[in-house]
Structure formats: C-alpha cells, structure tokens
Design a protein around this ligand. Structure first.
Ligand SMILES: Cc1ncc(COP(=O)(O)O)c(C=O)c1O
Length: 479
C-alpha cells in the first residue's frame, strides 16, 4: 500500500500477534510495525491510522500507540505532517541487520543469518579463475559484448540439457546475470502489462517482485502440504487464463519439494492447451542431496513451448552472477529483444570461469552436496531437539526447510529473533498474496556448529514470544 490511508482494522490484521513477553508493549508494537515497513509489506508513503483509531483497533492503551509512533518517528520510519497525520517512510540509511538489501555474511557481523538460502563458493573457483585468465587475452581484443553469451559456455549448457534427454543447441541458450535476471527477461518477452502470471505460494519472493515490476498481475496457487496441487493448478489456469506461469520445479524455494516427472508431463499438457507459456525455474537442479535421480527437465514434455531458467548461483557460487535461459528456437529473437533494454550481456571473465566450472562439475559438486546434506541433517536434528513443536518435511535437496509453527507468529518472531542475534525472514514474505504467518523458511547453508547455536537462539526467541499471557490474549483478540 502506498500513498493510501491504511485503515486501523487493516493495520491490526497486518500486525498479527505483535506482542511479546520480553519488553514494553510499545517497543514490540514499534518493532513489528517497523518490520512491516522495512520488509516492503507496508510501502513508504502509506498514511497510518491516528493514535486513537489504532488504540481502539488494538485494544491497548493510547500511551502504547503514541510511544510506538514516537519511536518510529525517531528512527525515520514515520513522518508526521501537520493536519494530515503520519505517513510511513524509510530512514535514509537502512539499518544493516534488517535491511532487505544487506550483503549476507558481511553486513550481518555477529548475527546468525537465516535470510539467505545460498552457500559460500565451492572449492575450485580460484583455480577456475586462474585458468580462465588464459582465455581472456583473446577476448580483450574484441569489444566484449555478447548479448546471447559466449558460444563455448552456451554449448556447455546445451550439452548438459542434451545429456538429460532434452535436445538443445547452443543457439537456444541465452546467458544472463543470474536466474533472477533470466526470469525478468522471460517475463518481459512473453507478457504485456496487465497480463496474469501464475506462481506457486509459497515461492521465491524476489522473482515474484520481478514479475510484478514488469506490470503483470500475479495469480498464486497454494501448494498442498506435500507439493503441487495439480487439480487446483488446473482450475486456476482455467479460471484466470494466465499468459505465463513461473514455477520452481526442482527443490522449490522455500519448500524444498521436487516435482515428479508425471506432474511435469501433466502440467506441460495443461499449459500447452491453455496457451500459457511455462517459465520453469530449475536453479536448484544440481542440489539433490540423497542421491535421488532427478526427473527430466520440465521442457522435455514440451520442448517447443517451455522456457527453462538455470543458474550456477546455488551450485557453484552466487557471486559469479551467471544464469541462463533455455528457449524454444522460435522465441530466441524475442528473448534477445527483451534483454536488450535490460543489459547487453553477462561479464566475459565470469562466463569463462563458469565454462571451466561446468566442465569440472562431476568432480566439484559431490563435495558440495555432501556438505549440504550434513547441514540439512544438523538443522533437522537441532530443530527436533530445541523446537519440537515445529513441523517440517526433510527436503531431498535444495537449500532450505519450510517449517510450520503451531501459531501464526512468524512475523513477530522476526523482530524478537533479531534481538537474540538471529536474522530470519517471515513466512509471509514467501507468499505472493499475504498469509503463511505460521511458516518460517530456514536455509541450511551455515556451518553445522553455527546452525546448532542459531537454532538455540531461535528457540529462546520463540520461547519468549509464546510464553506468558500477552501473546495469548492478543492472538485470541485478533482471531
Ligand atoms: C528459485 C530461485 N530462483 C532464482 C534465484 C536467484 O538466483 P540468481 O542468484 O541466479 O539470480 C533463487 C535464489 O534464491 C532461487 O531460489
């Protein structure tokens, strides 16, 4: 919401169970409201209810609301205008520990950071860089612009699809600056402003933001507790006729689910019949952690219709910023046109590095998978011990666990956890249209010992949130 009046009842709903037992009520209220603003769920410029309206809606004292507003004003999250109330704002310097744009592992010194589902680089990047430098002089003699990507890298990527049963030529690959950029390009190419795009819920929030920023309306189909709900997806496609669908088929972020071959086949048929362009994100493809054989790429079931998104961010290193699209031949020119106004190609040196890395993937990636499997199991064990009331399914791959809490308190937990030295992202951030307050994504990318400590701190934070009368009273009042 931006530039709008935020009614007290709406704000009360967004605040959820904000009260915690650890400090003064006004501070909990201010923290929860600050989080909603910092997280983008209340946009800057929204006019908040008057102190009296919010006091009535929350059933708290006027002093609590007045003090919370004062604290937010002092910290730059509210601006008061004489005669027209207070509007939300962002401080000129976003606090690093909670800023949405922090650099994980750098801006978060001293905090355990569960907000980023990505690992440090695999061993082998430095030697790939050294080797790639040998190829660089050839390129230095050219302008260095490759809107479609270096031919050698495109051939390497195409060969990996062929090896998985999907005939692909290097001409069908477009190298991008990561999977997110690939999704943005595909959406720009295949949709027009106002078109509907189908996604899952929960799903990867930045990609949803990218779809929305392209002017599309997101239609989110909820996942079932165990994966994709095909009848629901089919019904949603029938009812909303989306122009495109963006789904994460491999170890979905945040849930970790892997779409079966049968589901891929059925959905590909449904999309083709509905003339919905399927854009399938297979970024986490390489991270099968229990030796499970991967189903074929989704595009096997409709090679001339489906667009595939890939990346090395999760398998090798996000800092390379290299991803790609695998595109049906007839759509390549359209994709390149859409890309031209976004950027003019990915960096040459990084493409040379990734070409080397992909050639050595069978010797590099087993170690990464083993390390992640250990971390996943460590996190699961720590959660079972310290937070036995939380429920999760052990994912067969990917980078994160999707935990269900007994109460819808995940946004409240974010603020309290931060005071305990742990950064987490609320479940609601993974929902394209709100809700999912009972869920929390926990990536297992930290070191095992760190994971254990972080879960203990999280358990203390959760304990302080759920014990004592204030939360129970507030929760009952809101329900
Ligand atoms: C499903 C999915 N797609 C895309 C991305 C972004 O990937 P990249 O770093 O390659 O842009 C992520 C990263 O979290 C992801 O989980």
């Amino acid at each position: 919401m931006t530039g709008q009046h935020l009614p007290a009842s709406t704000l009360a709903g967004l605040l959820g169970s904000w009260s915690d037992a650890t400090g003064p009520a006004y501070r909990s209220l201010a923290e929860r409201l600050r989080l909603l603003i910092a997280d983008g769920r209340i946009m800057p410029g929204a006019r908040v209810p008057s102190e009296r309206e919010l006091t009535d809606a929350l059933g708290v004292s006027r002093t609590t609301v007045a003090s919370a507003y004062r604290e937010l004003r002092d910290r730059g999250y509210l601006t008061s205008r004489r005669g027209s109330g207070s509007v939300t704002s962002l401080p000129s310097k976003v606090e690093p520990e909670l800023g949405r744009h922090h650099a994980p592992g750098i801006d978060t010194d001293g905090m355990y950071d569960f907000t980023c589902a990505a690992s440090p680089a695999v061993p082998g990047i430095s030697s790939a860089v050294t080797e790639a430098l040998e190829d660089l002089p050839l390129h230095l003699a050219t302008p260095g612009y490759h809107p479609q990507g270096l031919p050698a890298l495109r051939e390497e990527i195409a060969a990996s699809y062929r090896a998985r049963g999907l005939p692909t030529t290097a001409d069908q690959i477009v190298v991008t600056a990561g999977a997110l950029a690939a999704t943005s390009i595909a959406i720009r190419a295949m949709t027009q402003i106002g078109d509907r795009v189908l996604t899952e819920s929960p799903t990867h929030p930045n990609s949803v933001d990218a779809i929305r920023r392209s002017g599309c309306r997101v239609v989110a189909a909820p996942m079932s507790p165990h994966g994709w709900d095909l009848p629901l997806l089919e019904a949603t496609i029938r009812q909303s006729s989306p122009r495109a669908a963006w789904l994460v088929a491999d170890f979905q972020n945040p849930s970790g689910w892997l779409m079966s071959a049968a589901d891929r086949q059925q959905l590909a048929t449904v999309f083709a019949r509905a003339r919905t362009t399927a854009i399938i994100d297979e970024t986490l493809f390489e991270l099968s952690l229990d030796g499970q054989e991967m189903p074929p790429p989704f595009a096997v079931f409709d090679p001339q219709g489906v667009i595939t998104v890939g990346s090395v961010s999760k398998s090798f290193w996000g800092g390379l910023r290299i991803g790609w699209l695998r595109v049906p031949e007839a759509l390549v020119a359209r994709i390149l046109d859409a890309r031209a106004s976004l950027d003019l190609g990915a960096p040459v040196l990084e493409q040379l590095v990734v070409t080397r890395l992909l050639r050595s993937r069978s010797s590099i990636l087993p170690e990464r998978r083993a390390a992640l499997a250990l971390r996943r199991d460590t996190l699961a064990e720590a959660l079972r011990t310290a937070l036995p009331s939380w429920r999760f399914e052990l994912p067969g791959g990917g980078l994160s666990m999707w935990c269900e809490l007994p109460e819808p308190v995940s946004s409240s937990l974010v603020g309290v956890a931060q005071r305990h030295g742990v950064l987490v992202m609320a479940g609601a951030r993974f929902s394209p249209d709100g809700g999912l307050e009972s869920f929390l994504r926990l990536p297992y990318t930290l070191e095992p010992d760190t994971l254990r400590d972080a879960v203990e701190r999280l358990a203390s934070a959760y304990g302080s949130l759920t014990v004592g009368p204030p939360l129970r009273r507030t929760a009952a009042m809101i329900a």
